[in-house]
Design a protein around this ligand. Sequence first.
Ligand SMILES: Nc1ncnc2c1ncn2[C@@H]1O[C@H](COP(=O)(O)OP(=O)(O)O)[C@@H](O)[C@H]1O
Ligand SMILES: [Mg+2]
Length: 214
Amino acid sequence: MKTITNGFLIALEGIDGTGKTTLCAALAQAFSTTYKLITTKEPGATELGKLLRHTLLHKEVPVCDKAEFLLFATDRAQHFNQVVLPHLQAGGIVISDRMADSSLVYQGYGRSLDLNTLQMINDWAMNGRNPDLVLYLQLPAAVAYQRMKARNIPLNAIEQETALMHRLTEGFDALVAPRDNVVTLDAQMSKEELAEHAITIVTEKIKAHAVYAQ
Ligand SMILES: Nc1ncnc2c1ncn2[C@@H]1O[C@H](COP(=O)(O)OP(=O)(O)O)[C@@H](O)[C@H]1O
Ligand SMILES: [Mg+2]
């Protein structure tokens, strides 16, 4: 197994229905024979996160916008402490299905909370460890919505807000535009094309980043 000094952190981002979970599985399959690799997600990767995920996605009790963000940030702090940072320190690859940018987009662009404040709290929760690579799956909101309906899974409280989905798409586009750790992928490609494309990018980025130790 190859290890990478300080590990390699990949976040998959995009609105619901863009193919993050599908791509996460394809990347894991491609790289887990060579590297120590874990796939994980936000929210809900830890015991605490599972409790928070239920509250966040089902909204059975009132949750104001700031509390919503702070619950995501709480999940993130526990996730980094318990899962992400230890695996990176051990020289592995971590692929997270959503991460900090989802909060900036959903609670920042979506709910109009101050982006600088959210960024500061995210950085604190993550001990300043930003992703080495963000793969942003870009898809028109209407196409994403059709895919989610076709899944026959009840749409959760956030997904039901379709006007919000359009704002989120615009938010992601605006957020990633100036960033150099983001690669935007056209999520209208087939699953196979998308996986192939993403595998090529990840391979190149790891090579550029890593000092290997066998
Ligand atoms: N590249 C793709 N082209 C067409 N459909 C896709 C693609 N990737 C995923 N899907 C389908 O779209 C739906 C949402 O995919 P999923 O991976 O669950 O997205 P997300 O995790 O971003 O919500 C699933 O039914 C999945 O099979
Ligand atoms: Mg998913």
